[in-house]
Design a protein around this ligand. Structure first.
Ligand code: GRF
Length: 203
């Protein structure tokens, strides 16, 4: 039976993309197959990771409210037969045409326990800075569906990570990745791919 074709959207270093690639190699993505990696930044190292693993890449500029960028991305996704999108450190906002076309088929990883430290302006180290400033003793990561509200879609999986007395934003960021993000994103991708696969076969 046909696989569920996954596109991973990235902007940066791509360690979450790497976790997905490694999981696929171990046979842990179930029906999912990473077909395409798309970046809104030409020099994102994530693109190199994809190429190193023989995965097709594309650069598509994305600006909020720019319907030409959105159209280009949507046409590419449809041309390549993409069934599901995984946002893995993608620092751009998707417009409503893409959200509507892929409703309940776009997921994102966020490095906190939503609804804490999320929404507009909470990305990268800022999330961990805010968690340390607030003084929470537990943080973590969340994988959720993407809708029109920033970090506001239905939660799929969460994993908690203890905050240590001597944590800095950087040490906390790394531990949240190692202990939560790199495990959670492949698991959630697999779950959503299984759902898409069974819905497709129920038609
Ligand atoms: C991760 O912390 C992810 O949760 C956030 O952006 C970061 C991306 O890191 N959305 P990488 O590019 O996967 O290394």
């Amino acid at each position: 039976m046909l696989s569920v074709n996954v596109a991973v959207l990235v902007s940066g270093g791509g360690t979450n993309l790497q976790a997905l690639i490694d999981a696929q190699k171990r046979g842990e993505l179930g029906r999912g197959e990473i077909k395409l990696v798309i970046s809104n930044r030409k020099n994102a190292y994530a693109l190199q990771r994809a190429e190193n693993n023989g995965i097709e890449t594309a650069y598509v500029k994305m600006r909020r409210g720019d319907s030409a960028c959105e159209k280009e991305l949507l046409e590419l996704l449809q041309k390549k037969g993409i069934d599901m999108l995984v946002l893995a450190g993608y620092l751009a906002i998707l417009g409503e045409n893409i959200i509507n076309a892929y409703r309940n088929r776009i997921i994102n990883i966020h490095p906190s326990l939503i609804p804490s430290f999320c929404g507009m302006g909470y990305y990268g180290l800022k999330v961990h800075e805010a968690a340390l400033e607030y003084g929470v003793k537990v943080t973590g990561a969340t994988v959720h569906y993407v809708n029109e509200i920033a970090d506001g879609g239905k939660i799929i999986l969460q994993k908690a990570v203890d905050v240590r007395e001597d944590d800095t934003p950087k040490t906390l960021q790394l531990r949240v990745m190692q202990e939560a993000e790199w495990k959670l994103l492949p698991q959630a991708t697999k779950l959503v791919c299984e759902r898409i696969y069974s819905e497709r076969n129920a038609l």
